[in-house]
Design a protein around this ligand. Structure first.
Ligand SMILES: Cc1ncc(COP(=O)(O)O)c(C=O)c1O
Length: 394
C-alpha cells in the first residue's frame, strides 16, 4: 500500500524537527505558543453533562453568538451566520482551502510565511506561490497585486498580520488595495489575524476595518492562551462559508463540546483576559530590550546579490516573534543562503544550547533570518536571550 500522491512530499514541520533533536539542556525559543498559562476562566469551566452530546454541526449557538459579538466593532457588525467555529483556525484554513482552491490553480502565500499555507495549497493539488513582503515583513500591496496580475489562475490569497514569523503588519491602504484587487478577479482573500489581540503599542488594523470582502480568521490559541482547546473561527459571507462548513463537518463533525464550553467562558472574560495577555507580551518585549537590545540592531540580511541590508525593526510591535537577521560579522559568508541559515540555527542549538527556527522553514524569503519565539516563560526567554547574545557580537 502507498499513501495518496497528494501527501507524498509532505513531512514533519521543520519547527517540530528543530525541537525534536535538540540537546536536553537547550532552551527552546522555537515553538510559537503562549507560555503564560491558560486564564482561570478557561480552566474553571464547569461542563454540565448534556453538553457531552454531539451538538449542532455548526457548534453551540451560544458560542457562535459570542464570537459574533466579540468580532463586532463600532465600524462593523458581525452576524452569527457570518461565523464558522472550527477546530482551531488551522481547521478553518483547511476547510476554506479545500472548498475554494481548484486543483491546478495557484495560491499566493506570504514568503516568509506560516508553514501551513503552502502545505494546504499542495494538498488541494494547487501550486503555492510566495509573494514578497515589505521592509520589516509588512504587507507590500504593490508587490502582491503585481504578482496577482502575473498569476491569472489564482484561486486564493492568504494574508497574515501580525505575521508569523516576521511580526509584520498591514496598513489600511495596503489591505483595501489587496481586497479590491481580489474582488475584481473573483479570488478568495483569507486574512489570518490570529495574533491580532497581541499588540504592544497600538491595535493592528483588521481587514474588516477597511473591507467587507474576504474571510477573517481568529483563534483561542494566541491571546486567549488556550491552543489546546483547538477552537478558532472564520468570519465571512455565509455563501463563502457554506462549502467550507461541509468540509469541516466531514472532517470533525463539530469541535469538542468541552472546548466549546471553555471557549465560551474565555470569550465572556475577554475584558480581563486580553489586557492581561498584552501585559505578558509587554514584559517579554521589555525582556529583549533589557537582556539583549543589540540583537535588533546588529543583524544583517543578505540579499543574495552580494549586498546586505541592516535589519532594524522599528515598526510597531505585535505578536510574539522576534525576527532576527543573522549576525552582521558573518557578512560575506555562506550564511546568506538556506543551507547557511539552517547551519547557523543548528550551531546555535547544539553549541549555544538555544533552539530557534531557521527563517528558511518559512519559505526561501526567510534565508538569512531566524525566528525567536518570545511566547514561553519569561525566565526561559531571559536565559535563551543570554545564550544568544554573544553570537551577535563580533
Ligand atoms: C499565522 C498562524 N495561523 C494559524 C495558526 C493556527 O492556529 P490554531 O489552529 O491554533 O488556531 C497559527 C499557529 O501557530 C499561526 O501561527
Amino acid at each position: 500500500m502507498r499513501p495518496a500522491t497528494r501527501v507524498a512530499g509532505e513531512g514533519l514541520s521543520p519547527i517540530r524537527r528543530m525541537s525534536l533533536d535538540a540537546p536536553a539542556d537547550a532552551v527552546d525559543l522555537g515553538l510559537g505558543e503562549p507560555g503564560w498559562g491558560a486564564p482561570d476562566a478557561g480552566t474553571r469551566t464547569a461542563v454540565p453533562a448534556p453538553s457531552l452530546s454531539y451538538g449542532p454541526n455548526t457548534s453551540d449557538p451560544a458560542l457562535v453568538r459570542a464570537v459574533a459579538g466579540y468580532a463586532s466593532s463600532p465600524t462593523h457588525d458581525v452576524a452569527p451566520e457570518q461565523v464558522m467555529v472550527t477546530a482551531g483556525s488551522q481547521a478553518a484554513l483547511f476547510a476554506l482551502f479545500q472548498a475554494w482552491v481548484e486543483p491546478g490553480s495557484t495560491v499566493l502565500v506570504p514568503d516568509p510565511g506560516f508553514v501551513a499555507y503552502p502545505t494546504l495549497a499542495r494538498l488541494c493539488g494547487a501550486t503555492p506561490v510566495g509573494y514578497p513582503l515589505g521592509a520589516d515583513g509588512d504587507l507590500d500591496a504593490d508587490a502582491l497585486v503585481a504578482l496577482l496580475g502575473e498569476q491569472p489562475h489564482t484561486s486564493l490569497v492568504v494574508l497574515n498580520h501580525p505575521a508569523n514569523p516576521t511580526g509584520g503588519l498591514a496598513s489600511e491602504r495596503a489591505l483595501s488595495r489587496v481586497a479590491e484587487a481580489c474582488a475584481e478577479r473573483g479570488v478568495l482573500l483569507v486574512s489570518d489575524e490570529v495574533y491580532a489581540e497581541l499588540w504592544v503599542d497600538r491595535r493592528p488594523v483588521s481587514l474588516r476595518d477597511v473591507s467587507a470582502e474576504g474571510v477573517v480568521l481568529g483563534s483561542m490559541s494566541k491571546a486567549f492562551a488556550a491552543p489546546g482547546l483547538r477552537i478558532g473561527w472564520a468570519l465571512g459571507d455565509p455563501e463563502v462559508l457554506a462549502p467550507a462548513r461541509l468540509l469541516h463537518n466531514a472532517m470533525t463533525t463539530a469541535p469538542s463540546r468541552l472546548s466549546q464550553a471553555a471557549a465560551l467562558a474565555l470569550l465572556g472574560a475577554a475584558e480581563e483576559v486580553l489586557p492581561a495577555a498584552r501585559e505578558e507580551l509587554r514584559v517579554r518585549w521589555a525582556t529583549v530590550d533589557r537582556v539583549a537590545p543589540h540583537l535588533h540592531t546588529s543583524g544583517h540580511r543578505f540579499l543574495g546579490d552580494g549586498h546586505q541590508k541592516a535589519m532594524f525593526r522599528t515598526a510597531t510591535r505585535a505578536g510574539f516573534y522576534l525576527w532576527l537577521a543573522l549576525p552582521g560579522h558573518l557578512a560575506g559568508a555562506a550564511y546568506a543562503d538556506p543551507v547557511g541559515t539552517e547551519a547557523f540555527a543548528l550551531q546555535l542549538r547544539d553549541e549555544g544550547r538555544v533552539t530557534t527556527i531557521p527563517g528558511t522553514a518559512f519559505g526561501p524569503g526567510g534565508a538569512g533570518c531566524l525566528r525567536v519565539s518570545l511566547g514561553g516563560p519569561v525566565d526561559e526567554l531571559e536565559e535563551g536571550l543570554r545564550r544568544l547574545a554573544p553570537w551577535w557580537k563580533a
